[in-house]
Design a protein around this ligand. Sequence first.
Ligand code: SF4
Length: 380
Amino acid sequence: MAIPFLQTVLVGTYVVRQRLAGRKRYPLVLMLEPLFRCNLACAGCGKIDYPDEILNKRLPLADALHAVDECGAPVVSIAGGEPLLHKELPEIVKGIIERRKFVYLCTNALLMMKHLHKYKPSPFFVWSVHLDGDKEMHDKSVCQDGVYERAVEAIKAAKALGFRVNINCTLFNNSEPERVAAFFDTLAPMGVDGITVSPGYAYERAPDQQHFLNRTKTKELFRDIFRRGNNGRNWSFSQSSLFLDFLAGNQEYHCTPWGNPTRTVFGWQRPCYLLGEGYAGTFRELMEETDWDAYGTGNYEKCANCMVHSGYEATAVNDAVAHPIKAAITAMRGMRTTGPMVPEIPLQAQRPAQYMFERQVKEQLAQMHGAEPLKKAAGR
Ligand code: SF4
């Protein structure tokens, strides 16, 4: 596994402290989305379907760092949109590192070469470059030719400067196990330190609705991939072994969305990184006033097919802290790719999906317009 020792120790200590304090729910990774605007329009993305006024909104530096302090999670994943479009991003990253939190800066890498000089290598900083496969797979996934080559060029340049570089890879139902395995084989020679892999979430606003995986297909796909890489041991994943074992159908986990709380330009997003079903003004309000039991696979139709790391990695980390021997054996032996899978969560009792995107956009626009006269009155 590609999680550095310092991070394992600091995150492990944090989790043990939370457990000793008797906290039932606590954050592990803050998902910070300081903007929705992107310079790509990927077929499987459900994050950028907003009017320009919203896409032009930015989370200011002070608000971003306040979110980090409010939340207290030991890891911050900066996503978007494309974070490198945010002018204050270098200061945001610097502020998070100064707080001794681990920063994963997710980027499609199109602007990375231009911006590398604004960042410094640090044990607390990782570039997380979006790569969904080899040249043909990735360029198809992001709907633009030439993106793979630019990402690889940026990865090599960042490595030459001494940065830690991971890739984040999303898989869909048209992913070919043989080809994904071959792609993973190319990453270490390229200098990539770690792989974060996840099945795509079926965003209701994504342009391509045909290629999302259901849970059974997800487990079969991951078994087929891991099998081709010595049960996954050939590759350096930046994820817990138990989460990967869950993807291979061997762990019966329930979603813990509070483990990856999400702060966007709208506020604290309920309930998770993938679903925007309302917003809280403060982190405390998010944690205390969200009806968490209303979400998760088996509880809500929109969660039925989800096995995404933002919902289940925190569950796996908690399990690893509670059962370290099981986690160590899985890391040593790799993920099991044969034999029966754990039973699937029944869906009969789930509540039906609610569709609230249009209403939320209207509300956000109304708030933005409502704020204008106040700013003018205050002389700003
Ligand atoms: S299962 Fe969890 S992470 Fe997945 S969409 Fe539902 S609440 Fe979000």
